[in-house]
Design a protein around this ligand. Structure first.
Ligand SMILES: Nc1ncnc2c1ncn2[C@@H]1O[C@H](COP(=O)(O)OP(=O)(O)OP(=O)(O)O)[C@@H](O)[C@H]1O
Length: 583
């Protein structure tokens, strides 16, 4: 019953719908007691030889009218109660999705995709069940059970009713004992389901790697072990659940035995008539459903409660990235001043950035180069405000990044990540993802700038070609160029390319870079790259080594310095010559 308290806010919000739903349920329950009583009356009248044609017609008419009313009322409660339950699911789904989108990277590192998906599917269903089937079963079983018992007392005999109901408290006792067990078992079962979701998602995403390394058998074994574990947890839920139904059969059986023996005694003593005893049997049979319903209710409520706790735990987590109340809402613009004394990822002992600073004038280009794992992407992540817990300050246009609203900051940045991601939509929609109202001309313009226009025209349906699993398979270089076009379409104040040209050939790279130079004269650009030709034209280049700046300057000054940059440039030039020679 705890779950009703937890969902109190929702029932308050939906009180009107529940009022009409429950009222209809009450009237239906009242109408339902008519029929057995009429059967008893008819039997008594037949027995006493007092039944006339008119009376019989009246009895039949009442039963028929009661049936029609029940039909209408059942419709009313269904639409009200099921409708509210659907609204609860919608509210929670929106709340959860909004929460997911507002969370920081730390949250997504901690909670795996499969687990989050399980929360958004199975757990929400279990909670929705409380607001629909749960409420219905509760009201229905209490009403039907309660009214039937009252009818037994008033219309038959209260003493016989008390005797017949002696086995009933067993049900309450078992609900209490099994309730906590069911809650814990269901929580564990949901956790196991989350684990399977994770595994399925990982195996499907990584199927190519699994096959390439011939690890199918191992993957199947691992999956089977996880399934066995989850089934074990589910079986425990079923086990607790199955302790209920047989109990109800026993309670009803005992009640029949008591009716037969005590009822027979009451008839023999002339306290009740034979027809009353027949009605009593009919009433007891009417108690079967409410009792089974209580068993089901207990299951639905405990599942819902466990799922609600799981969702609440997730919703309680807060993002470390906070927007200030008086945050600047005008898009960020201007010189970029980056000064980081130190930054350490959550859970890491060693810092990933130390004493990294640069001043990037508006309209200039900064190059970031260095060995893999040096800290280039980390610098970019801080610019995108993925993490706030650094020692230092980052300013754009003279204002700290933390003073801008996230919208104002991120709308000024066009970011092309290393692991670029295209959605399952057309090429055109992928490019105009951040500016859905963009015209075909605008889309084509950025596609030309990134040297992908001709490739797109060669796709089966041009710009209407679907990308992703259901569509055309793109090469790494094509994906990179579409991702850059997507970022360029919003003409961002700051364009960030994180190794985004690694999969295109040198000639195409040169064409894209010169297009960028020509069209982004007053806009700022940061390019992180392994291939030094990507950053040669930058006003400043930083060489990052183990989280610090080991060299800095222009291409010419760095070449003259004779350090890592000069060595690397010479080596890459040589490689390019060899490749060119082979061609
Ligand atoms: N989310 C994270 N949590 C903990 N440590 C991280 C995280 N992301 C990166 N790191 C660590 O920070 C360091 C710098 O990584 P970063 O991705 O910034 O390097 P990079 O220079 O961009 O490398 P690459 O050229 O290979 O992309 C690495 O030691 C990496 O292991």
């Amino acid at each position: 019953m705890q779950i009703f308290k937890k969902l109190g806010w929702f029932f308050k919000q939906e009180k009107k719908a529940y009022f009409w739903g429950v009222l209809s349920l009450i009237i239906v329950a009242l109408l339902q007691i008519l029929t057995p009583r009429i059967i008893g009356l008819v039997v008594n009248e037949v027995n006493n030889k007092t039944l006339t044609k008119e009376k019989l017609l009246l009895y039949v008419g009442v039963v028929f009218f009661g049936g029609i009313c029940q039909y209408i009322l059942r419709f009313i409660w269904r639409t009200n109660i099921w409708g509210s339950a659907a609204r609860l699911e919608k509210t929670l789904r929106k709340r959860l999705f909004h929460h997911f989108t507002s969370m920081d990277q730390v949250f997504f590192q901690k909670n795996r995709t499969g687990d989050l998906m399980a929360h958004a599917t199975n757990d929400l269903n279990a909670i929705q069940n409380v607001a629909g089937a749960g409420v219905l079963t509760l009201v229905d079983s209490l009403l039907n059970g309660g009214i039937t018992i009252v009818a037994m007392c008033l219309l038959i005999d209260w003493r016989l009713t008390l005797i017949v109901l002696i086995p009933l408290p067993l049900l309450g006792l078992m609900s209490r004992v099994l309730g906590t067990k069911m809650h814990d078992a269901f929580k564990e079962s949901q956790e196991a389901f989350s684990m399977i979701n994770d595994k399925t998602q990982e195996s499907i995403t990584g199927v190519k790697v699994i096959k390439t390394f011939g690890q199918e058998a191992e993957d199947i074994t691992e999956f089977s072990e996880k399934i066995d574990y989850a089934i074990g947890k589910q079986n425990r839920v079923n086990f607790i659940d199955s302790l209920f139904d047989p109990l109800i059969t026993i309670i009803i059986g005992l009640s029949y035995v008591l009716t037969l023996s005590a009822g027979g005694y009451f008839v023999s003593k002339g306290i009740i008539q034979v027809g009353d005893m027949v009605s009593m049997f009919a009433y007891i049979s009417m108690l079967v459903w409410p009792m089974f319903a209580i068993g089901r209710l207990f299951n639905v409520l405990e599942r819902g409660s466990a799922s609600y706790d799981r969702i609440q735990e997730l919703l309680k987590e807060t993002s470390q990235i906070h927007e200030k109340d008086n945050a600047i809402t005008t898009p960020a613009k201007g010189d970029l001043a980056f000064y980081i004394a130190s930054f350490t990822y959550d859970g890491d002992e060693k810092s990933s950035l130390d004493n990294v600073h640069f001043l990037l004038k508006e309209g200039n280009t900064l190059g970031l180069v260095g060995k893999t794992g040096a800290g280039k992407t980390t610098i970019l992540k801080l610019l995108l405000r993925e993490f706030d817990h650094f020692d230092g300050e980052i300013k754009m246009g003279g204002e700290s990044l933390a003073d801008y609203s996230l919208d104002a900051l991120l709308s000024s940045i066009g970011y092309v990540p290393q692991d670029n991601f295209l959605f399952s939509m057309t090429v055109r929609d992928n490019i105009r993802f951040a500016k859905p109202e963009a015209t075909q001309e605008e889309v084509e313009e950025v596609a030309r700038m990134t040297a992908i226009h001709d490739d797109i025209l060669g796709f089966p349906e041009g710009y209407d070609t679907m990308v992703g699993e259901r569509g055309v398979s793109l090469s790494g270089g094509q994906k990179q160029r579409i991702s850059i076009a997507r970022a360029l379409l919003v003409n961002p104040e700051l364009l960030i390319l994180d190794d985004s040209l690694s999969a295109v050939d040198a000639k195409t790279e040169e064409a894209i870079l010169s297009n960028l130079k020509a069209t982004r004269q007053n806009k700022t650009t940061i390019i992180a790259a392994h291939r030094l030709s990507s950053v040669m034209h930058a006003q400043e280049i930083l060489v990052i080594d183990e989280g610090t700046v080991s060299e800095r300057g222009t291409h010419e000054s760095l070449e003259a310095e004779g350090g890592w940059y000069a060595d690397m440039y010479e080596r890459q030039q040589l490689e390019a010559k060899i490749e060119g020679g082979v061609e």
